[in-house]
Design a protein around this ligand. Structure first.
Ligand SMILES: Cc1cc2nc3c(=O)[nH]c(=O)nc-3n(C[C@H](O)[C@H](O)[C@H](O)COP(=O)(O)OP(=O)(O)OC[C@H]3O[C@@H](n4cnc5c(N)ncnc54)[C@H](O)[C@@H]3O)c2cc1C
Length: 473
Protein backbone atom coordinates (compact mmCIF):
# COMPACT_ATOMS: atom_id res chain seq x y z
CA UNK A 1 0.00 0.00 0.00
CA UNK A 2 2.96 2.34 0.30
CA UNK A 3 4.16 2.09 -3.26
CA UNK A 4 3.40 5.23 -5.26
CA UNK A 5 4.95 7.14 -8.13
CA UNK A 6 7.59 9.70 -7.13
CA UNK A 7 6.18 13.19 -7.57
CA UNK A 8 2.55 12.07 -7.28
CA UNK A 9 0.40 14.89 -5.88
CA UNK A 10 -2.50 12.66 -4.93
CA UNK A 11 -2.55 12.68 -1.11
CA UNK A 12 -2.08 9.23 0.39
CA UNK A 13 -2.94 10.50 3.86
CA UNK A 14 -4.07 13.58 5.73
CA UNK A 15 -0.81 13.70 7.67
CA UNK A 16 2.59 12.08 7.27
CA UNK A 17 4.63 11.91 10.46
CA UNK A 18 8.34 11.29 9.91
CA UNK A 19 9.91 9.64 12.98
CA UNK A 20 8.27 7.19 15.40
CA UNK A 21 10.01 8.23 18.60
CA UNK A 22 7.81 9.28 21.51
CA UNK A 23 7.15 12.72 19.96
CA UNK A 24 6.03 11.38 16.58
CA UNK A 25 3.98 8.56 18.09
CA UNK A 26 2.21 10.73 20.67
CA UNK A 27 1.34 13.26 17.96
CA UNK A 28 0.19 10.56 15.49
CA UNK A 29 -1.87 8.89 18.23
CA UNK A 30 -3.81 12.10 18.92
CA UNK A 31 -4.29 12.78 15.21
CA UNK A 32 -5.56 9.25 14.55
CA UNK A 33 -8.02 9.60 17.43
CA UNK A 34 -9.23 12.86 15.93
CA UNK A 35 -10.23 10.83 12.86
CA UNK A 36 -7.38 11.90 10.59
CA UNK A 37 -5.62 9.49 8.27
CA UNK A 38 -2.05 9.31 9.50
CA UNK A 39 1.00 7.54 8.11
CA UNK A 40 4.18 7.27 10.16
CA UNK A 41 7.53 6.61 8.48
CA UNK A 42 10.35 5.42 10.74
CA UNK A 43 13.96 4.71 9.77
CA UNK A 44 14.68 2.19 12.55
CA UNK A 45 13.46 -1.39 12.64
CA UNK A 46 10.95 -0.67 15.42
CA UNK A 47 9.03 2.34 16.74
CA UNK A 48 10.06 4.03 20.00
CA UNK A 49 13.17 6.07 19.11
CA UNK A 50 15.50 6.20 22.10
CA UNK A 51 12.93 4.37 24.25
CA UNK A 52 13.62 0.63 24.40
CA UNK A 53 13.10 -1.97 27.16
CA UNK A 54 14.10 -5.62 27.31
CA UNK A 55 15.10 -8.19 29.93
CA UNK A 56 18.32 -10.11 30.48
CA UNK A 57 18.35 -12.77 33.20
CA UNK A 58 15.26 -11.14 34.70
CA UNK A 59 16.88 -7.66 34.83
CA UNK A 60 15.11 -4.86 32.96
CA UNK A 61 17.40 -3.02 30.58
CA UNK A 62 16.28 0.42 29.48
CA UNK A 63 18.30 1.80 26.58
CA UNK A 64 16.95 5.34 27.05
CA UNK A 65 14.71 6.85 29.71
CA UNK A 66 14.16 4.84 32.89
CA UNK A 67 11.22 6.85 34.18
CA UNK A 68 9.02 9.85 33.53
CA UNK A 69 7.62 12.57 35.75
CA UNK A 70 3.87 12.91 36.08
CA UNK A 71 3.79 16.69 35.69
CA UNK A 72 0.47 17.12 33.92
CA UNK A 73 -3.00 15.55 33.80
CA UNK A 74 -2.40 15.17 30.03
CA UNK A 75 0.03 12.34 30.78
CA UNK A 76 -2.51 10.28 32.75
CA UNK A 77 -5.08 10.93 30.01
CA UNK A 78 -2.71 9.65 27.35
CA UNK A 79 -1.97 6.49 29.34
CA UNK A 80 -5.68 5.91 29.83
CA UNK A 81 -6.50 6.52 26.16
CA UNK A 82 -3.67 4.20 25.12
CA UNK A 83 -5.07 1.52 27.47
CA UNK A 84 -1.98 1.24 29.68
CA UNK A 85 -3.13 3.02 32.84
CA UNK A 86 -3.03 -0.36 34.62
CA UNK A 87 0.54 -1.05 33.48
CA UNK A 88 1.84 2.09 35.15
CA UNK A 89 4.29 1.55 37.99
CA UNK A 90 4.99 4.36 40.43
CA UNK A 91 8.47 4.76 41.84
CA UNK A 92 8.95 3.54 45.42
CA UNK A 93 8.90 6.24 48.09
CA UNK A 94 12.56 5.56 48.74
CA UNK A 95 13.31 7.10 45.33
CA UNK A 96 12.56 10.55 46.77
CA UNK A 97 16.09 10.39 48.18
CA UNK A 98 18.75 11.50 45.71
CA UNK A 99 22.42 11.39 46.46
CA UNK A 100 25.14 13.79 45.38
CA UNK A 101 28.80 12.79 45.33
CA UNK A 102 31.00 15.04 47.44
CA UNK A 103 34.47 14.28 48.75
CA UNK A 104 34.16 10.72 47.42
CA UNK A 105 31.01 10.06 49.53
CA UNK A 106 27.32 10.05 48.66
CA UNK A 107 25.36 12.71 50.55
CA UNK A 108 21.56 12.84 50.42
CA UNK A 109 20.18 15.99 48.79
CA UNK A 110 18.19 17.85 51.46
CA UNK A 111 14.45 17.84 50.74
CA UNK A 112 13.14 20.12 53.48
CA UNK A 113 14.28 23.37 55.13
CA UNK A 114 15.39 21.57 58.36
CA UNK A 115 17.33 19.01 56.27
CA UNK A 116 18.92 21.88 54.36
CA UNK A 117 20.12 23.41 57.62
CA UNK A 118 21.65 20.09 58.73
CA UNK A 119 23.17 18.85 55.48
CA UNK A 120 26.95 18.63 55.11
CA UNK A 121 26.44 19.06 51.33
CA UNK A 122 26.52 22.88 51.56
CA UNK A 123 28.55 25.23 53.75
CA UNK A 124 26.92 27.67 56.17
CA UNK A 125 27.88 30.48 53.84
CA UNK A 126 25.75 28.94 51.05
CA UNK A 127 22.88 28.13 53.42
CA UNK A 128 22.78 31.68 54.82
CA UNK A 129 23.13 33.03 51.28
CA UNK A 130 19.71 31.55 50.48
CA UNK A 131 18.18 34.04 52.92
CA UNK A 132 19.40 36.83 50.64
CA UNK A 133 17.83 35.30 47.52
CA UNK A 134 14.44 37.09 47.74
CA UNK A 135 16.25 40.45 47.77
CA UNK A 136 18.46 39.92 44.70
CA UNK A 137 17.38 42.05 41.74
CA UNK A 138 15.84 40.46 38.63
CA UNK A 139 17.84 40.18 35.44
CA UNK A 140 16.55 42.50 32.67
CA UNK A 141 13.60 40.74 30.99
CA UNK A 142 15.29 40.64 27.58
CA UNK A 143 18.66 39.35 28.84
CA UNK A 144 19.81 35.88 27.80
CA UNK A 145 21.72 34.38 30.69
CA UNK A 146 23.35 30.96 31.09
CA UNK A 147 21.97 28.57 33.68
CA UNK A 148 25.31 28.85 35.51
CA UNK A 149 25.28 32.66 35.66
CA UNK A 150 21.66 32.66 36.77
CA UNK A 151 22.30 30.21 39.62
CA UNK A 152 25.57 31.86 40.66
CA UNK A 153 23.85 35.24 40.82
CA UNK A 154 20.86 34.05 42.86
CA UNK A 155 22.13 31.08 44.89
CA UNK A 156 25.93 31.12 44.83
CA UNK A 157 28.81 29.03 43.45
CA UNK A 158 28.46 26.07 45.77
CA UNK A 159 24.79 25.60 44.93
CA UNK A 160 25.74 25.65 41.26
CA UNK A 161 28.54 23.11 41.72
CA UNK A 162 26.77 20.65 44.02
CA UNK A 163 23.10 20.93 43.01
CA UNK A 164 22.50 22.49 39.62
CA UNK A 165 25.54 21.38 37.61
CA UNK A 166 25.03 17.66 38.37
CA UNK A 167 21.28 18.07 37.86
CA UNK A 168 21.88 19.62 34.42
CA UNK A 169 24.30 16.80 33.60
CA UNK A 170 21.56 14.35 34.69
CA UNK A 171 18.83 15.83 32.50
CA UNK A 172 20.62 17.27 29.48
CA UNK A 173 24.02 15.55 29.76
CA UNK A 174 24.88 19.21 29.36
CA UNK A 175 26.91 22.09 30.75
CA UNK A 176 25.12 24.87 32.70
CA UNK A 177 27.67 27.40 31.39
CA UNK A 178 26.32 26.80 27.86
CA UNK A 179 22.60 26.27 28.43
CA UNK A 180 20.24 29.23 28.23
CA UNK A 181 18.17 29.46 31.41
CA UNK A 182 15.13 30.78 29.54
CA UNK A 183 15.25 27.94 27.01
CA UNK A 184 16.35 25.04 29.24
CA UNK A 185 14.53 25.94 32.48
CA UNK A 186 11.79 28.38 31.44
CA UNK A 187 9.89 27.94 34.71
CA UNK A 188 12.94 28.96 36.72
CA UNK A 189 13.46 32.07 34.60
CA UNK A 190 9.75 32.88 34.89
CA UNK A 191 9.84 32.56 38.69
CA UNK A 192 12.44 35.30 38.81
CA UNK A 193 10.65 37.52 36.30
CA UNK A 194 7.16 37.09 37.79
CA UNK A 195 7.94 36.97 41.51
CA UNK A 196 11.37 38.59 41.79
CA UNK A 197 12.63 35.52 43.67
CA UNK A 198 12.83 31.75 43.19
CA UNK A 199 11.87 31.03 46.78
CA UNK A 200 8.87 33.39 46.77
CA UNK A 201 7.89 32.15 43.30
CA UNK A 202 7.99 28.50 44.37
CA UNK A 203 5.60 29.17 47.24
CA UNK A 204 3.13 31.09 45.06
CA UNK A 205 3.62 28.67 42.11
CA UNK A 206 2.74 25.64 44.25
CA UNK A 207 -0.56 27.33 45.17
CA UNK A 208 -1.35 28.12 41.52
CA UNK A 209 -0.50 24.61 40.30
CA UNK A 210 -2.81 23.10 42.93
CA UNK A 211 -5.62 24.97 41.15
CA UNK A 212 -4.86 23.57 37.65
CA UNK A 213 -3.49 20.14 38.72
CA UNK A 214 -0.11 20.76 37.03
CA UNK A 215 2.92 19.69 39.09
CA UNK A 216 6.40 21.17 39.38
CA UNK A 217 9.16 18.80 38.35
CA UNK A 218 10.57 18.69 41.87
CA UNK A 219 7.28 17.48 43.37
CA UNK A 220 5.86 15.34 40.53
CA UNK A 221 5.86 11.53 40.90
CA UNK A 222 8.26 9.38 38.91
CA UNK A 223 6.66 6.50 37.10
CA UNK A 224 7.38 3.81 34.54
CA UNK A 225 5.61 0.61 33.56
CA UNK A 226 5.91 -3.00 34.74
CA UNK A 227 7.66 -3.96 31.50
CA UNK A 228 9.53 -0.66 31.21
CA UNK A 229 9.14 2.55 29.23
CA UNK A 230 8.66 0.78 25.92
CA UNK A 231 5.14 -0.10 27.11
CA UNK A 232 4.27 3.52 26.36
CA UNK A 233 5.62 3.71 22.81
CA UNK A 234 4.34 0.20 21.95
CA UNK A 235 0.85 1.16 23.12
CA UNK A 236 0.91 4.43 21.16
CA UNK A 237 2.04 2.52 18.04
CA UNK A 238 -0.85 0.06 18.51
CA UNK A 239 -3.23 2.99 18.95
CA UNK A 240 -2.08 4.61 15.71
CA UNK A 241 -2.48 1.22 14.00
CA UNK A 242 0.59 -0.88 13.25
CA UNK A 243 -0.41 -0.95 9.57
CA UNK A 244 -0.10 2.85 9.57
CA UNK A 245 3.47 2.78 10.92
CA UNK A 246 6.11 1.73 8.45
CA UNK A 247 9.52 0.91 9.96
CA UNK A 248 12.79 0.50 8.10
CA UNK A 249 11.89 3.53 5.96
CA UNK A 250 14.42 6.33 5.71
CA UNK A 251 12.93 9.62 4.58
CA UNK A 252 15.45 11.32 2.29
CA UNK A 253 13.68 14.35 0.87
CA UNK A 254 10.72 16.59 1.50
CA UNK A 255 8.99 18.66 -1.17
CA UNK A 256 6.13 21.13 -1.21
CA UNK A 257 3.96 20.80 -4.30
CA UNK A 258 2.44 23.78 -6.12
CA UNK A 259 -1.00 22.83 -4.73
CA UNK A 260 0.34 23.04 -1.13
CA UNK A 261 0.58 19.27 -0.54
CA UNK A 262 3.77 17.78 0.90
CA UNK A 263 5.63 14.91 -0.72
CA UNK A 264 8.25 12.85 1.07
CA UNK A 265 10.66 10.61 -0.76
CA UNK A 266 11.90 7.62 1.15
CA UNK A 267 14.00 4.50 0.79
CA UNK A 268 13.80 1.04 2.27
CA UNK A 269 16.33 -1.76 1.86
CA UNK A 270 14.70 -2.73 -1.38
CA UNK A 271 13.07 0.27 -3.01
CA UNK A 272 12.37 4.00 -3.17
CA UNK A 273 8.91 5.49 -2.98
CA UNK A 274 7.06 8.76 -2.45
CA UNK A 275 4.06 9.63 -0.32
CA UNK A 276 2.00 12.79 -0.34
CA UNK A 277 -0.16 14.36 2.37
CA UNK A 278 -1.96 17.54 3.30
CA UNK A 279 0.25 18.07 6.34
CA UNK A 280 3.75 16.94 7.28
CA UNK A 281 5.07 16.53 10.82
CA UNK A 282 8.84 16.18 11.13
CA UNK A 283 9.35 14.30 14.40
CA UNK A 284 13.04 13.59 13.86
CA UNK A 285 16.12 15.00 15.64
CA UNK A 286 17.06 18.57 14.69
CA UNK A 287 20.05 17.56 12.53
CA UNK A 288 17.79 15.24 10.48
CA UNK A 289 15.05 17.86 10.17
CA UNK A 290 17.74 20.31 8.99
CA UNK A 291 18.82 17.94 6.23
CA UNK A 292 15.24 17.29 5.12
CA UNK A 293 14.11 20.90 4.87
CA UNK A 294 17.37 22.48 3.65
CA UNK A 295 16.14 22.91 0.03
CA UNK A 296 12.74 24.21 1.20
CA UNK A 297 13.64 26.43 4.17
CA UNK A 298 17.41 26.99 4.32
CA UNK A 299 17.27 29.52 7.18
CA UNK A 300 15.32 27.17 9.43
CA UNK A 301 17.64 24.33 8.37
CA UNK A 302 20.68 26.38 9.39
CA UNK A 303 19.09 27.08 12.80
CA UNK A 304 18.26 23.40 13.34
CA UNK A 305 21.77 22.36 12.39
CA UNK A 306 23.19 24.47 15.22
CA UNK A 307 21.44 22.40 17.90
CA UNK A 308 24.16 20.26 19.50
CA UNK A 309 23.54 16.67 20.65
CA UNK A 310 26.40 15.31 22.81
CA UNK A 311 27.02 11.55 22.94
CA UNK A 312 25.92 9.54 25.98
CA UNK A 313 26.42 5.90 26.91
CA UNK A 314 23.90 4.20 29.15
CA UNK A 315 25.25 1.21 31.05
CA UNK A 316 23.05 -1.28 32.88
CA UNK A 317 24.98 -3.38 35.41
CA UNK A 318 23.68 -6.36 37.37
CA UNK A 319 25.32 -7.16 40.73
CA UNK A 320 24.63 -9.70 43.41
CA UNK A 321 23.01 -7.75 46.26
CA UNK A 322 25.76 -8.82 48.64
CA UNK A 323 28.42 -7.43 46.29
CA UNK A 324 27.32 -3.81 46.77
CA UNK A 325 28.14 -2.15 50.10
CA UNK A 326 25.83 0.87 49.75
CA UNK A 327 22.20 0.34 50.88
CA UNK A 328 21.01 1.73 47.49
CA UNK A 329 18.20 3.46 49.38
CA UNK A 330 17.30 6.09 46.84
CA UNK A 331 16.81 7.17 43.24
CA UNK A 332 20.55 7.10 42.62
CA UNK A 333 23.43 9.55 42.69
CA UNK A 334 24.64 12.43 40.58
CA UNK A 335 28.35 13.11 40.23
CA UNK A 336 29.27 16.83 40.10
CA UNK A 337 31.99 17.89 37.66
CA UNK A 338 33.91 19.43 40.59
CA UNK A 339 34.57 15.90 41.87
CA UNK A 340 36.20 14.98 38.52
CA UNK A 341 34.23 11.76 38.11
CA UNK A 342 34.21 9.77 34.87
CA UNK A 343 30.47 9.08 35.09
CA UNK A 344 27.55 11.52 35.12
CA UNK A 345 25.59 9.53 37.67
CA UNK A 346 23.90 6.23 38.42
CA UNK A 347 20.27 5.26 38.90
CA UNK A 348 19.51 2.62 41.52
CA UNK A 349 17.04 1.11 39.03
CA UNK A 350 15.96 -1.88 41.14
CA UNK A 351 15.40 0.35 44.20
CA UNK A 352 13.31 2.85 42.25
CA UNK A 353 10.87 0.29 40.89
CA UNK A 354 9.76 -3.16 42.02
CA UNK A 355 10.29 -6.05 39.65
CA UNK A 356 13.39 -4.65 37.95
CA UNK A 357 15.65 -7.56 38.94
CA UNK A 358 15.47 -10.97 40.67
CA UNK A 359 15.38 -10.83 44.49
CA UNK A 360 19.11 -11.40 45.09
CA UNK A 361 20.27 -9.10 42.27
CA UNK A 362 20.42 -5.29 41.94
CA UNK A 363 20.28 -3.36 38.69
CA UNK A 364 22.14 -0.06 38.31
CA UNK A 365 22.02 2.28 35.30
CA UNK A 366 25.00 4.58 34.82
CA UNK A 367 25.41 7.39 32.29
CA UNK A 368 28.79 8.27 30.79
CA UNK A 369 29.85 11.09 28.47
CA UNK A 370 27.65 14.09 27.74
CA UNK A 371 29.17 17.49 27.06
CA UNK A 372 31.42 16.98 30.06
CA UNK A 373 33.31 13.95 28.69
CA UNK A 374 32.04 13.29 25.17
CA UNK A 375 35.11 11.21 24.32
CA UNK A 376 34.27 8.65 27.05
CA UNK A 377 30.88 7.86 25.50
CA UNK A 378 32.65 7.12 22.20
CA UNK A 379 35.01 4.50 23.68
CA UNK A 380 34.40 0.83 22.88
CA UNK A 381 31.75 -0.86 25.10
CA UNK A 382 34.30 -2.89 27.18
CA UNK A 383 36.21 0.34 28.02
CA UNK A 384 32.98 2.11 28.96
CA UNK A 385 31.93 -0.85 31.12
CA UNK A 386 35.34 -0.71 32.86
CA UNK A 387 34.92 3.02 33.62
CA UNK A 388 31.53 2.27 35.18
CA UNK A 389 32.84 -0.71 37.14
CA UNK A 390 35.69 1.34 38.64
CA UNK A 391 33.38 4.27 39.45
CA UNK A 392 30.79 2.06 41.15
CA UNK A 393 33.52 0.37 43.15
CA UNK A 394 34.79 3.75 44.36
CA UNK A 395 31.42 5.39 45.09
CA UNK A 396 29.13 2.61 46.31
CA UNK A 397 31.54 -0.21 47.14
CA UNK A 398 30.38 -2.48 44.32
CA UNK A 399 32.76 -5.32 43.52
CA UNK A 400 32.46 -7.40 40.33
CA UNK A 401 29.20 -7.14 38.31
CA UNK A 402 27.50 -10.29 37.05
CA UNK A 403 27.35 -8.53 33.69
CA UNK A 404 26.86 -5.09 32.17
CA UNK A 405 25.35 -3.91 28.91
CA UNK A 406 26.32 -0.70 27.14
CA UNK A 407 24.07 1.33 24.81
CA UNK A 408 25.83 4.17 23.02
CA UNK A 409 23.92 7.15 21.67
CA UNK A 410 26.16 9.15 19.35
CA UNK A 411 23.81 12.11 19.43
CA UNK A 412 21.75 11.73 22.57
CA UNK A 413 20.04 14.86 23.88
CA UNK A 414 19.55 18.30 22.28
CA UNK A 415 21.15 21.19 24.13
CA UNK A 416 18.97 24.22 24.74
CA UNK A 417 22.02 26.46 24.43
CA UNK A 418 22.41 30.22 24.00
CA UNK A 419 20.35 31.34 21.02
CA UNK A 420 17.99 28.35 21.28
CA UNK A 421 14.84 30.47 21.53
CA UNK A 422 15.89 32.49 18.47
CA UNK A 423 16.46 29.22 16.61
CA UNK A 424 13.01 27.97 17.58
CA UNK A 425 11.54 31.31 16.38
CA UNK A 426 13.15 30.64 12.99
CA UNK A 427 11.51 27.23 12.89
CA UNK A 428 8.15 28.81 13.75
CA UNK A 429 8.63 31.23 10.84
CA UNK A 430 9.14 28.23 8.53
CA UNK A 431 5.90 26.71 9.84
CA UNK A 432 4.11 29.95 9.02
CA UNK A 433 5.72 30.27 5.59
CA UNK A 434 4.85 26.67 4.64
CA UNK A 435 1.37 26.10 6.01
CA UNK A 436 0.97 22.41 6.81
CA UNK A 437 4.62 21.85 7.78
CA UNK A 438 5.22 21.15 11.49
CA UNK A 439 8.22 20.33 13.69
CA UNK A 440 7.72 18.10 16.71
CA UNK A 441 10.62 16.66 18.71
CA UNK A 442 12.47 17.00 21.97
CA UNK A 443 14.46 20.07 20.85
CA UNK A 444 11.25 22.04 21.27
CA UNK A 445 9.21 22.35 24.46
CA UNK A 446 11.51 20.27 26.70
CA UNK A 447 13.52 17.05 26.49
CA UNK A 448 11.76 14.98 29.15
CA UNK A 449 9.23 12.26 28.38
CA UNK A 450 6.49 14.38 29.99
CA UNK A 451 7.46 17.47 28.01
CA UNK A 452 7.48 15.47 24.75
CA UNK A 453 3.95 14.24 25.54
CA UNK A 454 2.71 17.76 26.30
CA UNK A 455 4.37 19.29 23.22
CA UNK A 456 3.07 16.54 20.93
CA UNK A 457 -0.45 17.04 22.20
CA UNK A 458 -0.26 20.79 21.56
CA UNK A 459 1.20 20.20 18.12
CA UNK A 460 -1.47 17.63 17.23
CA UNK A 461 -4.08 20.27 18.07
CA UNK A 462 -2.43 22.71 15.66
CA UNK A 463 -2.22 20.11 12.89
CA UNK A 464 -5.84 19.05 13.40
CA UNK A 465 -7.00 22.65 13.41
CA UNK A 466 -5.20 23.25 10.13
CA UNK A 467 -7.02 20.24 8.67
CA UNK A 468 -10.37 21.27 10.15
CA UNK A 469 -10.50 18.57 12.82
CA UNK A 470 -10.63 18.68 16.63
CA UNK A 471 -8.33 16.73 18.96
CA UNK A 472 -10.08 15.27 22.02
CA UNK A 473 -8.71 16.45 25.39
C1 LIG B 1 20.01 7.89 27.24
C2 LIG B 1 18.78 8.74 27.47
C3 LIG B 1 18.17 8.73 28.72
C4 LIG B 1 17.04 9.50 28.95
N1 LIG B 1 16.44 9.45 30.18
C5 LIG B 1 15.29 10.12 30.40
C6 LIG B 1 14.55 9.94 31.61
O1 LIG B 1 14.94 9.15 32.49
N2 LIG B 1 13.39 10.64 31.78
C7 LIG B 1 12.91 11.47 30.81
O2 LIG B 1 11.86 12.10 31.01
N3 LIG B 1 13.56 11.64 29.63
C8 LIG B 1 14.73 10.98 29.40
N4 LIG B 1 15.36 11.09 28.19
C9 LIG B 1 14.80 12.00 27.18
C10 LIG B 1 13.62 11.41 26.38
O3 LIG B 1 13.66 10.02 26.41
C11 LIG B 1 13.71 11.86 24.92
O4 LIG B 1 13.81 13.28 24.87
C12 LIG B 1 12.50 11.44 24.09
O5 LIG B 1 12.23 10.06 24.22
C13 LIG B 1 12.79 11.81 22.62
O6 LIG B 1 11.74 11.44 21.77
P1 LIG B 1 11.68 12.01 20.29
O7 LIG B 1 10.57 11.32 19.61
O8 LIG B 1 11.64 13.50 20.31
O9 LIG B 1 13.09 11.62 19.62
P2 LIG B 1 13.69 10.19 19.23
O10 LIG B 1 13.40 9.19 20.27
O11 LIG B 1 15.12 10.47 18.90
O12 LIG B 1 12.90 9.77 17.92
C14 LIG B 1 13.19 10.26 16.63
C15 LIG B 1 12.89 9.16 15.62
O13 LIG B 1 13.09 9.66 14.30
C16 LIG B 1 13.63 8.61 13.52
N5 LIG B 1 14.29 9.20 12.34
C17 LIG B 1 15.38 9.99 12.31
N6 LIG B 1 15.66 10.35 11.04
C18 LIG B 1 14.73 9.77 10.25
C19 LIG B 1 14.49 9.77 8.84
N7 LIG B 1 15.26 10.47 7.99
N8 LIG B 1 13.45 9.04 8.35
C20 LIG B 1 12.64 8.34 9.18
N9 LIG B 1 12.82 8.32 10.53
C21 LIG B 1 13.85 9.02 11.06
C22 LIG B 1 14.60 7.94 14.47
O14 LIG B 1 14.95 6.63 14.03
C23 LIG B 1 13.82 7.95 15.77
O15 LIG B 1 13.04 6.79 15.94
C24 LIG B 1 16.50 10.32 27.92
C25 LIG B 1 17.11 10.33 26.65
C26 LIG B 1 18.24 9.54 26.43
C27 LIG B 1 18.88 9.55 25.06
Amino acid sequence: MFAGPAGSTHPSADVIVVGAGLSGLACAFRLARAGLQVEVLEAAARPGGVIGSRRRDGVLIESGPNSALDTSPLIGELLRDAGIGGERLDANRIADRRYILRGGKLIAMPLSPPALLRTPLFSWRTKLGLLREPFIARAPADAEESVADFVRRRLGDEFLDYAIEPFVAGIYAGDPELLSVKAAFPRLAALEQNHGSLIRGMIVGARERRKNAEKAKNTAKSFSFRAGMQTLTDALARGVGTERIRCGVHVDRVRRESDGLFTVEATTDSHRFARTARALVLAVPAYEAARLIAPLAPTAAAALEQIVYPPVASVVSAYRRGDVAHPLDGFGFLAPKKERPRVLGTLFSSSMFDGRAPADVVALTTFVGGLRNPELACEEPPQIAAIVRESLQAFIGATEPLWSEVTRWQRAIPQYAFGHLARIATIESAEQAFAGLFFCANYRGGVSVGDCIKSSHALAERVAMRLGQRVAA
